[in-house]
Design a protein around this ligand. Sequence first.
Ligand SMILES: NC(=O)c1ccc[n+]([C@@H]2O[C@H](COP(=O)([O-])OP(=O)(O)OC[C@H]3O[C@@H](n4cnc5c(N)ncnc54)[C@H](O)[C@@H]3O)[C@@H](O)[C@H]2O)c1
Length: 259
Amino acid sequence: MTTNESTPAARPLAGAHALLVGANGLIGNAVARLLVEAGARTTIAARDADALDALRTALLGGRPGAEVTVHAVDVRDDAAVADLVLDASGPDGLDVAVNNVGLSHRPAPLEQLDLAVIDDVLAVSLRGVLVCLRAELGAMADGGSIVNVASSAGLAAAPGMSAYVAAKHGVVGLTRTSAVDHAARGVRVNAVAPGPIESGPIMRLGAEERDHVGQHVPLRRMGSANEVAQAVVWLASPAASYITGTVLAVDGGKRAGGA
Ligand SMILES: NC(=O)c1ccc[n+]([C@@H]2O[C@H](COP(=O)([O-])OP(=O)(O)OC[C@H]3O[C@@H](n4cnc5c(N)ncnc54)[C@H](O)[C@@H]3O)[C@@H](O)[C@H]2O)c1
């Protein structure tokens, strides 16, 4: 998709073929909603087919003309990822892809982390993302855009989170390298690096513990799924047409403050 100055700002992705991998969970749900509101023909993918169906129903409600396709996938299955990307592509390929898939682990020093846990985290959060990215790059229409959801743990140390940190640093490196490799044909590849966000495993903490996490952020709160999704969809859109290879921190100032 190329920059089109006549595209209405309210629907910057009108008609685009978009794929969101990791659509379940609050961040995934919020990205899905904003992609659909931006006018993209959106394929939502994750492991839980029932949750995807419920999300599709919610996305279509009150949005006449919205196009949402459900595709259950496990990113550890290379052939299934290839099918997914084919299914999500239009006649000219994919215009937008968002890789939000990720798996974390309980904090522990590396020597105490179970090797099976490490394998799971790397299989989903690094290799899974790499396999998605590889297939998407092969299917990307000229001028298309990919956004990977990394983490502040992809830019700095996160105590006790070695396997997750390794995976997310890998996602940041893949983002930068793919951006350079594909810039000549106008394909942009960027990442967002969320700090603590009200979504996923963090929601299993008690309210007091979550409050404590928020107080260590310069803005004195955790971020919302919607705040991450806004950054993702902006980077995916023509509004960010001269931005590639960047990692946008959505972290309430955590990185800037060295927290
Ligand atoms: N919540 C936070 O504080 C935070 C902070 C930084 C980065 N992130 C990143 O944001 C993204 C979303 O995280 P979240 O917090 O909403 O967590 P989540 O667990 O709710 O979402 C993870 C998503 O990945 C999908 N997924 C997991 N394993 C999969 C597999 N094998 N195959 C296909 N899909 C699979 C899940 O279905 C879900 O859609 C992740 O990449 C996470 O690392 C989250």
